[in-house]
Design a binder for this molecule. Sequence first.
Ligand code: BDR
Ligand code: CA
Length: 308
Amino acid sequence: MTIPMILDCDPGHDDMVALLLASRHAELLAITTVAGNAGLEQSTRNALVAAQLFNLNAAVHPGAARPLIARSAFPPVLHGESGLDGPVLPTLTIGPSPITAVEAILATTRRVERCWLIGTGPLTNIALALRADPTLADRIAGISIMGGGIAFGNITPSAEFNIWVDPDAASIVFRAGIPLVMSPLDVTHQLMVTPAFGQRVRALDSSIAEFMADLFDTYATRYQDFFFEEAVGPLHDPCAVLALTHPELFEFRDMAVKVATGDGPARGATLPDQRHSKLDDPANVRVAVSIDSDAALELVIDAISAIP
Ligand code: BDR
Ligand code: CA
C-alpha cells in the first residue's frame, strides 16, 4: 500500500529530490513550506517549481517565516539566496494555496487516516500544528525527518542545520511521543551525488534531467567550497522519504535522543543516550544509521526518467 504523506520542506536542492521521490513512491497529499535554506517566499516559490516541473497533484501551503523563537539566520551559503541556485527556474503558471501549512496539516490528517509527516526543513510548522491541535499526535502514523547528527554537526561542531534553525520546534517534535524516524547526517553523508552521477542524469536527455543535473552540479560544487576536497554533495532530504518507502535500504537503531535548546555551544545538537547502561532513557527515535546508497541513487535516476 502506498504511504500517504505530507512533505514539510524548505527547497533546497535536496528537498527537490525528496519531493520527486515522494511523488513517485508515496501518496503525496500536500506540500507545506517553511523558512530555512532560504526565506519563506523562496521556499514556497521553489516548492511550486517542483510541483510544476514534476506534475505534482499536491497543493503548496506556505508556513512559518521564522522559528518559534526567532534568532539570527545562517547565511545561505549552500543553496544560495534563491534556495535553488544553479538551474534556470521556470516561469510559474501555478500559485500557492490560500490555506496555511498548519491548517493543511490539520485538515489533511483529519481527512486521511494514518498519514505520515515528512520534515526536510526546520520543524517549525510541525511543532505549531502539534501546539494548535495536540490530538494530531494520535491520528498520524508518525513523523520522518531529515535532521540532526549523532556523531557530528554541519552548522556547528554538534548541530545540524534543520535542528539548529529551530531547536525549540525540534524539541517539541522529539518529545511528542509520536513514532519518529530520523535520518541524521551520519546516514545522509553516505548518499552522495558526484560529478559522474550528474553526468548520468544529464545523459537522460530531457528538460527535467537537465534541470536536475544543473541542480546536482551546483550543489556538489558548493559542498566542495565549504566542506569537502571534491565536488560531492550529500542528498540529505531524500533519506526522510526513502526511510519509509524503501526501509529495506536502511539499517536502523532505536535510540533515546534529546534536542539541546537554549544558547551555548550545544544549541541545536541532537543528543543520543549512548551510555548503554541500565540508566538509559527509553528510545524515542528510530535512527537510520546506514543506507544502500547505490540502490538509492538508482531510485533517483528512475524517478527523473519517469517525468515526461
Ligand atoms: C539540511 O539542511 C539543508 O541544507 C538541506 O536541505 C537539508 O535539509 C542538511 O543539514
Ligand atoms: Ca531541506
